[in-house]
Design a protein around this ligand. Structure first.
Ligand SMILES: [Zn+2]
Length: 366
């Protein structure tokens, strides 16, 4: 305890406290500026983090919720610069901004309603100078469906985690059907048992789908399984990579070209890949026990992909050049040629192949 404070008069104590709180808000506003600059330069990628969120939690030691609140605030400031002044004056705080950002996101997801900048500004004006509860009431008035609580996790013991989420009537009915279908195996399962059963079924299926990606027969399955990265796949991987994707091989490509190529050029690449794949399949069918990779082909044989996946344990191998920080993300994992194929890099030497998350793969080529 600071003993000097005990000597302050009541008025001085309160005045100085208010000054400090005002400074604290200005400092917060400045921190958001710095974070925004880190984001625009993508320094978190260079430092070995897959997202700004991870950077905030692991490098800056913010709690998950503190990091999320700051990132939400940054998003709103980008659209409405005057939000910064309102943070500094105390009319808006991080909790309110996070509530607003979550509500706007839910409106889009649940009600397919996109807010333009003016609508966002109007929403924030309604939430100014309000407590968390008052904001909740205000948002419920606007759209009850968009204020459904977010998913929550709470650690109960080392082995048990409480997960809370709201489901739709449709999902509830589907779960009941699954319960009936597995009743011969497990009568009246708890939700935990039901989810475990579903997870095992899903993992078996997804593991097979990864094999399909690796298999030469996957050419019939479309661009994604052929390893062609689509723009949406890369853009979805921004910061909040929420869904693991099957292992994909970056097309002819280096990810540098992702997002720039037109649908036509993608089709051309598909045709090239199909051609390579058919060639490989015919080679393999002639002698299924002897797999001879096609020399000078971009195509990565399935067994090579499996070796790379196993060696890298399904994790992004990007490592910061200035520290020991390694990404290790398991989301949006792709195979990267260390020496690009276009520069003579081999597609069959596992020492020239590694796993990278989509963000780091793209960053590398940027
Ligand atoms: Zn990564």
């Amino acid at each position: 305890m600071n003993n000097k404070l005990k000597t302050l008069s009541k008025n001085d104590l309160i005045t100085e406290l208010k000054n400090l709180v005002s400074e604290e808000r200005k400092l917060l506003s400045l921190v958001l500026d710095y974070l925004s600059e880190v984001q625009s330069r993508k320094l978190y990628l260079e430092m070995g983090y897959p997202s700004l969120f991870e950077f905030c939690v692991k490098e800056l030691n913010y709690s998950e919720s503190s990091a999320q609140r700051r990132i939400s605030a940054m998003g709103l400031i980008k659209d409405i610069p005057e939000v910064k002044t309102k943070i500094e004056s105390g009319h808006l705080n991080l909790t309110t901004l996070a509530q607003a950002a979550m509500f706007i996101g839910q409106e889009k997801r649940v009600n397919q309603k996109s807010y333009n900048i003016n609508q966002k500004r109007e929403l924030l004006e309604k939430l100014e100078n309000k407590s968390k509860r008052e904001c909740e009431r205000e948002l419920i008035k606007i759209s009850p469906l968009a204020t459904i609580p977010q998913d929550r996790e709470r650690i109960i013991t080392e082995e048990k985690i409480e997960v809370r989420f709201v489901i739709t009537k449709e999902l509830k009915e589907k779960l009941e059907r699954v319960k009936a279908l597995i009743s011969h195996k497990k009568a009246n399962p708890s939700y935990e048992e039901l989810l475990l059963e579903l997870a095992e079924i899903a993992l078996k299926k997804l593991d097979k789908s990864v094999d399909k990606v690796k298999s030469v027969d996957s050419c019939k399955k479309g661009n994604k399984e052929m390893g062609i990265i689509k723009d949406e796949q890369v853009s979805n991987s921004k910061d909040r990579c929420q869904n693991a994707l099957p292992l994909v091989e970056v097309k002819n490509s280096e990810a540098q070209q992702v997002g720039k190529e037109s649908a036509n050029s993608q089709n051309t690449s598909v045709a090239k890949t199909l051609s390579n794949t058919r060639h490989t399949r015919s080679s393999m069918q002639s002698n299924p026990l002897t797999i001879n990779p096609i020399p000078n082909s971009r195509y990565i044989p399935a067994y090579i992909k499996r070796q790379v996946w196993q060696r890298d344990q399904g994790r992004c191998q990007y490592q910061s050049t200035n520290s020991a920080q390694k990404c290790n993300s398991t989301y949006f994992i792709q195979i990267d040629h260390v020496t690009p194929f276009s520069h003579g890099g081999s597609s069959t030497d596992i020492n020239n192949l590694r796993l990278l998350c989509a963000n780091h793969n793209r960053y590398r080529w940027e």
